[in-house]
Structure formats: structure tokens, C-alpha cells
Design a protein around this ligand. Structure first.
Ligand SMILES: [Zn+2]
Length: 278
């Protein structure tokens, strides 16, 4: 979308230029450095998929509509057989991900902590949670965070028909585009329950499947100290950390990140977001 209202948000997204190139290696994607663009551009350049100009004689040979992708259609990706579990690249880089939100009671506090340390993260949101919290996605866009698709109602996709999976994913990408300014480039199956249809549909919609390396299991509410220990003990180059900013009482998650985030930074880690190469 090229709506003027999104230019302010997009200036962050586009900072540093596009990172276009080969497909990511299996099981890992490149992390951007702190100086890199925090996102790649999602939409192809205007005209990139435009049909060539046709002379009058060509009208009968080639219809003017119906045989090409819509202008804003996502680029189809290679269908993976397993999700990406970690990021590649040199250095002590990690990716922070927060699932199931946004939630007005918890997400703003997490965003505050990320802002305090000038860190970018990924938020895999559920469409039904975005409806009443669009301003939180706008804030994520302004801060340079990456928003991914976590379905509309958080179902177990392996229990659904293909048409139902498609509806869950498409509706969520639609509301993300509305609230965030771009369609998501990343997808995460609820409960990590992937199936072939989810991989195929995600690729069709231009989204890469991202899983995680370290699960904080904060949804069990094990205590702030336990969550902090799990992140700090699991820290390693390439790790993708899973936390949750909704789905229950996440006050432990909010308190824990205030402890483990400065610890990771003091330990020399760059908290970054993955670079999509499409
Ligand atoms: Zn989830």
C-alpha cells in the first residue's frame, strides 16, 4: 500500500534500503546488523510486476486483465517442509519474539522496555487481538518492530481444513496491513503445530515460517526468576526466543524482560530482527 498515512511508519521500515536477494538458507535466515534496515521492503516497487505496454494489435492476443498477479500481490516463496528455527550470521545475535498479542495491559510495557534499550523485536499477533488494539501495531511500526501473522483465532491448524487455514491467515494479514502498514512477511503456527497446508499457504502469501529456539514457557507463569533464568541460560548466537505478551496474565513476562534484556546486552548480544531475502 502506498497510502500517505503510512509514509511516516514506513520511513523506519525502509531505512537503509531494501535487502533483496536469494532465498534464505534452510533452517536459518540472516540477521540484520544493528545498523541495517530493520525490515526489508514488503511491496515490490511500483511497476515491478506491471504488464508490458501493449500495442493495439496485441489486444486480441493478450487480455488486459485476469492473467497477471495483482499489483500488490506478495511474491510467492519456496514451500518449506519445516519452519526456520534459528538465525544465521556472524556475531552474537539473537531474535526476540512475542506471541499471541497485542494486549493493552502487557504489550505497551514490553514496548517500553524495548525502547529503553533501543532494541527491535518481532510480534506474532492474532488478528482478533488486533481489532481493538490497532494503535499498538502502529506503535510497533513506528519503533521498527516486525509484525508477523499468528492466525486470527489461534487454532491448532492441523485440525482445520485448508480453506479454514487460509481464512485464518488471510484475514490476519489483512488487518496487519491495515494497522501496521504492510502485509506480514513472517508466519508462526499456533502451538508450533505446522502442517503442509500451512507451509504452502504461507509461501503463497509471501510469508516465511519462523519457529523458535528457546521457549521461555512464560505461559505457564513459572515465576519471573524462572523466566529470566531460561532466557539467560538459553542465550547463544542465532537463538530465537519465544515469549508471550497475551493469552493470560503476562505480568511475569513484563517483569522478566526488564531483567534479562539488559543482561543479554551486557553479555555482548545484539538483539535484532531477521532480514528477509525474497
Ligand atoms: Zn501462540
Amino acid at each position: 500500500m502506498q497510502n500517505d498515512q503510512f509514509f511516516t511508519r514506513r520511513r523506519m521500515l525502509l531505512a537503509g534500503g531494501a535487502a533483496l536477494g536469494a532465498a534464505a538458507t534452510a533452517g536459518a535466515v540472516l540477521a540484520s546488523s544493528a545498523e541495517d534496515a530493520v525490515r526489508t521492503t514488503a511491496a515490490p516497487a511500483a511497476g515491478a510486476q506491471a504488464r508490458p505496454a501493449l500495442g493495439p494489435s496485441a489486444f486480441r492476443l493478450q487480455p488486459l486483465t485476469g492473467d497477471g498477479p495483482p499489483r500488490a500481490a506478495p511474491r510467492k516463496l519456496q514451500v518449506r517442509e519445516e519452519p526456520i528455527l534459528q538465525i544465521s550470521g556472524r556475531g552474537r545475535r539473537m531474535v526476540l519474539t512475542f506471541d499471541d498479542g497485542p494486549h493493552p495491559d502487557y504489550t505497551p510495557h514490553i514496548l517500553d522496555t524495548l525502547a529503553k534499550y533501543d532494541v527491535r523485536a518481532m510480534f506474532f499477533v492474532c488478528g482478533e487481538c488486533v481489532v481493538a488494539n490497532k494503535e499498538l501495531l502502529a506503535r510497533m511500526a513506528d519503533a521498527g518492530h516486525v509484525v508477523g501473522n499468528h492466525t486470527w483465532t489461534h487454532p491448532q491448524l492441523t485440525m482445520l481444513r485448508r480453506s479454514e487455514i487460509r481464512a485464518e491467515m488471510e484475514s490476519t494479514s489483512d488487518i496487519i496491513e491495515d494497522a501496521y502498514g504492510e502485509r506480514p512477511q513472517w508466519f508462526r503456527a499456533p502451538y508450533g503445530a505446522w502442517n503442509r497446508a500451512a507451509f504452502q499457504l504461507g509461501a503463497e502469501m509471501g510469508m516465511e515460517p519462523l519457529a523458535w529456539t528457546v521457549d521461555t514457557t512464560d505461559w505457564e507463569e513459572p515465576g519471573t526468576r524462572t523466566i529470566v533464568d531460561r532466557v539467560e541460560n538459553g542465550a547463544a548466537p542465532g537463538v530465537v526466543v519465544l515469549s508471550h505478551d497475551a493469552g493470560g496474565d503476562r505480568s511475569q513476562t513484563v517483569r522478566a524482560i526488564r531483567e534479562w534484556l539488559p543482561y543479554l546486552i551486557d553479555s555482548g548480544y545484539h538483539l535484532t530482527v531477521p532480514r528477509r531475502r525474497v
